[in-house]
Design a protein around this ligand. Structure first.
Ligand code: BG6
Length: 480
């Protein structure tokens, strides 16, 4: 990422009065502005609400005061001068009004409900706002990209009607996270890893994203999506591809994305008759978290009492290529679990002969921890001080943020990348579609039956243990 943003650029936010804009986009834009990255960039809010500019600005200010702890009225005074507002719907006639407001370059951020993505992309195209012979025109859109393979393909068709693939920036905000980006740096900047980054040395990989959060008012979306669509199809699948991909020959967004697709293409198909050996789903029942009683999913406001939506999903994937054949990749994510805990952890095979220590399975783990803190950990055997030659595991931990570092949030990183035209951390359409293809048998099987209940505040459904190959066990939420 360099710090140059192109001159005379308009960032148009469609759906500018909604939740995504106030919670995530505006705070990120505020921070980018504070850090001097928005030179030459103006913001244009667009939404159906028949507001005047002043009303829109008052709404944004309220949101910034709420979501930006370091909010400073003097900074806002400067930023607000760059912001305009237009009211309208997604019809080409209304959208074409925007033409007069655009500078040389323009990005359109679709901060809209997912069922409007296709219509918005087409509407902008019909209004002639996609043409990039004067300056650039880009479309930014955030998951969910479809609901299954067929709807993802249909959405791609709608988007490609007026927009070339290189104009489309599909956001998966995990790709803007520091730990995710560090996965690439750690893998490809260190000589000692490559010789052992394969099935000969790695026994298993576990990717975990556990949340204590529940629905947070998102019942309308979540009850239709569930954990598999909400977290595994996209965020965890991205972490998985970055773990597994081959080293690219050059640092280039297309090459990198091609390598990610190659991983997805190499995933062994899940046989329709054996979905239960590869996937587990759960739904939280009443329980307690941090000493507080919490209701079960089916008792949450607006959730149908017989809902079969899963709030926990786990998968086992195998990558059938030379590097990874035989290594299980376990992915899991759930809501209302007992800790906010996230990591990518890989376990090495045990030494061929063990002379010291208990007859426990190998303890050598390498962990890229994302939550509660971002760090790198290596678990190794070491001697227990004393007369006997006995071993116990020790943890070498390195937080990778050092005093004086100035990390960027995922949305800051990705908005800046999109402004600068760097597509490295955005999804190509075929990544999205391959990820759906892998999950098709699971989605089909889960149309029937029920998720297994687990108590809120627990580690998840007991049935998740059935995914584990011999000698493997899920890591506890909270580390070793
Ligand atoms: C979102 C999901 O994409 O990612 C949420 O829709 C989830 O359900 C969130 O809570 C997790 O990401 P983060 O960055 O907020 O921890």
């Amino acid at each position: 990422m360099n710090s140059q943003t192109p001159d005379a650029t308009t960032l148009v936010i469609l759906g500018a009065t909604g939740d995504l804009t106030q919670r995530l986009l505006m705070p990120a834009l505020y921070r980018l502005y504070t850090r001097g990255h928005l030179e030459g960039v103006s913001l244009l809010g667009y939404a159906e609400k028949d507001w005047k500019r002043e009303e829109f600005l008052a709404h944004l200010e309220q949101a910034l005061r709420r979501f930006v702890p370091e909010f400073d009225p003097a900074v806002w005074g400067g930023l607000r001068e760059r912001i305009a507002y237009r009211a309208g719907d997604l019809s080409p006639e209304k959208l074409s009004v925007l033409r007069a407001d655009l500078t040389e370059n323009a990005l359109f951020y679709l901060a809209l409900p997912p069922d409007l993505f296709g219509q918005a992309a087409e509407g902008l195209g019909q209004a002639g706002l996609n043409g990039d012979n004067q300056g650039f025109r880009r479309l930014i859109v955030e998951k969910p990209f479809g609901y299954d393979l067929a709807s993802a393909e249909a959405l791609r068709g709608q988007m490609h009607r007026f927009w070339r693939e290189d104009q489309i920036f599909r956001i998966d905000h995990f790709l803007g996270k520091e730990t995710t980006q560090n996965l690439l740096v750690f893998r490809f900047a260190n000589r000692f890893l490559e010789p052992i980054w394969n099935a000969q040395h790695i026994a298993q990989v576990q990717i975990t994203y556990a949340e204590t959060l529940g629905l947070e008012g998102r019942w309308r979306y979540y009850d239709r999506a569930g954990a598999l669509r909400d977290m595994l199809q996209n965020h965890l699948m991205q972490l998985f591809t970055l773990m597994a991909l081959e080293p690219p020959s050059v640092w280039d967004s297309e090459v990198l994305r091609e390598h990610k697709v190659e991983v997805l293409r190499s995933v062994r198909s899940i046989p329709a008759a054996q979905v239960d050996d590869f996937a587990v789903r759960g739904q939280y029942a009443a329980g307690s978290l941090g000493g507080q009683a919490v209701p079960g999913y089916r008792q949450e406001a607006h959730i149908p009492p017989a809902s079969t939506t899963e709030t926990f999903a786990a998968l086992k994937l195998y990558v059938d290529n030379w590097r990874w054949r035989g290594v299980p990749f376990y992915l899991r994510s759930g809501k209302r679990l007992h800790a906010d805990y996230a990591e990518v952890a890989l376990q090495f095979h045990d030494v061929p002969m063990r002379f010291f220590g208990p007859k426990a399975p190998g303890c050598n783990w390498l962990v890229l921890r994302m939550k509660p803190r971002e760090s790198l950990e290596l678990v190794a055997w070491a001697k227990i001080p004393g007369l006997a030659l006995e071993a116990r595991p020790v943890v070498l931990e390195a937080p990778y943020e050092q005093p004086g570092d100035a990390p960027y949030t995922a949305y800051e990183q990705l908005l800046l990348d999109a402004l600068q035209g760097d597509r490295t951390h955005f999804l190509r359409f075929d990544e999205v579609e391959w990820a759906w293809r892998i999950l098709e048998p699971v989605l089909a099987a889960w149309k029937l039956g029920q998720p297994e209940p687990y108590s809120a505040g627990s580690e998840g459904p007991l049935g998740m243990a059935r995914l584990m190959d011999d000698g493997h066990a899920w890591r506890p939420l909270g580390g070793d």
